[in-house]
Design a binder for this molecule. Sequence first.
Ligand code: FEO
Length: 158
Amino acid sequence: MISTTMATALNEQIKWEMYSANLYLAMSAYLQDAGLTGFSHWMRIQYQEETAHALKFYDFLLSRGGQVTMLSIDAPDANWSNILEIFEETLSHEQEVTRRINELVHLAKEERDFATDIFLQWFVTEQVEEEDSVHDILDSLKRIGTDATGLYQFDLEL
Ligand code: FEO
């Protein structure tokens, strides 16, 4: 049986993953509107991945006898003015997710909740991958700069 403290923290993480999903779906719509179909598709995949992350926490919590509470999710602040801003926000958002996952690992260790600790290791590895792939896209976008042909080519790749 999972502790109430750990269950509360995991419910908060479900909310955070659902917020991430909403944020990326809003970004996907912005990119689609801007005619960047490849980027929009990439962002839509991130939306699906975040939903899957939320469900992983949801299933784990239930399997440990914890209570799932679906908390309300804030609307994303969709005031981007260009694609660079979108990917800069994506990177800082993923860094915040990493910070939160690390806090959860810290709590699990403090509580000697080894099952949750092991469960969380998948997310620790996943965050390395997520930050890395956003970094790569951001680097390429910075290199492309204002070159419309370069951006078009990159969009096709994605
Ligand atoms: Fe669920 Fe992109 O972290």
